[in-house]
Design a protein around this ligand. Structure first.
Ligand code: EPU
Length: 419
């Protein structure tokens, strides 16, 4: 298995182009199952999770082709069965996103229960309860969610907790249901809006995506379309923190600045000069040490849990004491323990991490445990004295396209080596 080797200490300078959003691509690929004709999707990031989603559709008999620019074409008409097997679901929880489309379009789905993962228990009870309220007959058998239905019926669904993939699954189910569905307490994440826009491009009738109340008028069928995925806000935010932490100057291009408001506000609090254009954001921390910031994760538009680990990394070398509170996932602190091994001063109390900035981290061999945790270890490696080796980087490849190339382009001394 490969590892990343980083020689720390270089301020990052330059521009980096942001890829399509992983967490929009995954539901949009699943949503292609709803169409009667082929769909094409552009700006698809070249990521391991995307490959897994494509493989999942392929296993069902769906024809998927990819060109050299990562434009994919999906033809759901060749589907043979409606099964998402354990061996794929266990590698990627987002496989649960095929549940809603399969039940709505084919009246049948056998999807392995995802189980827990490195960042928490992550139940899917809200996905299941919503589909049941729309008339699906659902049982759990042999570790699988077995769902059967005639045409789903529109319903008013009040989601217990704000859930991103839960909202997406129920939205995908509602577009082909009979009558009106109202999703209350819906997730407002930009990726939910991107999915809704894709569904609308296929002929769905949806209002209110991006607010906590989404109203869907079911239609009988959806047609093919072409759609371009929105830029990845978490990838973009990660490069901005890299610029700030290393005392550099980084501009991210092809982004949607409005999706990163909570993140750029924190970077300003940390002392960075932030410039914003229509499609770019620039962070300038030249000649300065960042100040510690307090962070509390919450659903969009508040500060994203996907950026928590990166700001923890920033706090490790910042001036002062910063508190990080994680309210979404109960176990998303594994990076803290690894960063301690690099000399970070971190105290953990439940879902709170109190980080006292030190002048310098020192390089150490560390291990990636989940996607965003891995990103924070890369950031720590970029500022540490000496050479940091990061193992288990398949986690990074799940969500960051060509990370070592993009960082090297900004001047980082980083390479991928076989272990
Ligand atoms: N929850 C329930 N029951 C459910 C569903 C969720 O209790 O049926 C709880 C979860 O346990 C959690 C909270 O609701 O405490 C929110 O979880 P959510 O369902 O929103 O998370 P998710 O949909 O599984 C997506 C992203 C995550 C991102 C979170 C939060 C995708 C594929 N994944 O996960 O992305 O951190 O929303 O914004 O969209 C990542 O990219 O690294 C990643 C983990």
């Amino acid at each position: 298995m490969d590892k990343l080797q980083i020689q720390g200490g270089t301020p990052l300078e330059g521009e980096v182009r942001i890829s399509g959003a992983k967490n929009a691509t995954l539901p949009i690929i699943a949503a292609a199952l709803l169409a009667d004709d082929p769909v094409t999707i552009g700006n698809v990031p070249h990521l391991h999770d995307v490959t897994t989603m494509i493989e999942l559709l392929g296993r069902m008999g769906v024809s998927v082709t990819i060109d050299e620019h990562m434009k994919i074409e999906i033809d759901p008409s060749t589907i043979r069965d409606h099964v998402a097997p354990y061996e794929l679901v266990k590698t990627m929880r987002a496989s649960i996103l095929v549940l809603g489309p399969l039940v709505a379009r084919f009246g049948s789905a056998d999807v392995s229960l995802p189980g827990g993962c490195a960042i928490g228990a992550r139940p899917v009870n809200i996905h299941v309860a919503g589909l049941q309220a729309m008339g699906a007959d659902i049982s759990i058998e042999g570790g699988y969610i077995r769902a059967r239905a005639g045409r789903l019926q529109g319903a008013r669904l009040v989601l217990d907790t704000v859930t991103v993939t839960g909202t997406e699954n129920l939205l995908m189910a509602a577009v082909l249901a009979d009558g009106e569905t109202i999703l209350e307490n819906a997730a407002r994440e930009p990726e939910v809006v991107d999915l809704a826009n894709f569904l609308i491009a296929m002929g769905a009738k949806i209002e209110g995506a991006g607010t906590d109340k989404i109203v869907v008028q079911g239609v009988k069928k959806l047609h093919g379309t072409h759609y371009e995925i929105l830029p990845d806000r978490i990838e973009g935010g990660t490069y901005l923190v890299a610029g700030a932490m290393t005392g550099g100057n980084v501009r991210i291009k092809r982004t949607r600045p409005e999706h990163l408001d909570a993140v750029t506000a924190k970077l300003q609090e940390a002392g960075a000069k932030v410039g914003v254009g229509d499609t770019w954001i620039e962070v300038d921390m030249r000649g300065k040490r960042p100040r510690s910031v307090d962070v509390r994760t919450a659903p969009y538009p508040a500060f994203p849990t996907g950026m928590q680990a990166q700001f923890a990394a920033l706090n490790t070398i910042a001036d002062g004491v910063g508190t990080i509170i994680e309210t979404i996932f109960e176990n998303r602190f594994m990076h803290m323990l690894e960063m301690r091994r690099m000399g970070a001063e971190i105290r953990l109390e439940g879902n709170t991490a109190i980080i006292k900035g030190v002048q310098k981290l020192t390089a150490a061999p560390v291990m990636a445990t989940d996607l965003r945790a891995s990103a924070s270890l890369v950031l720590a490696g970029l500022v540490a004295e000496g050479r940091t080796d990061i193992e288990r980087i398949y986690h990074i490849d799940r969500g960051y396209e060509a990370i070592e190339e993009k960082l090297a382009q900004l001047g980082a001394q980083i390479k991928r080596v076989p272990n």
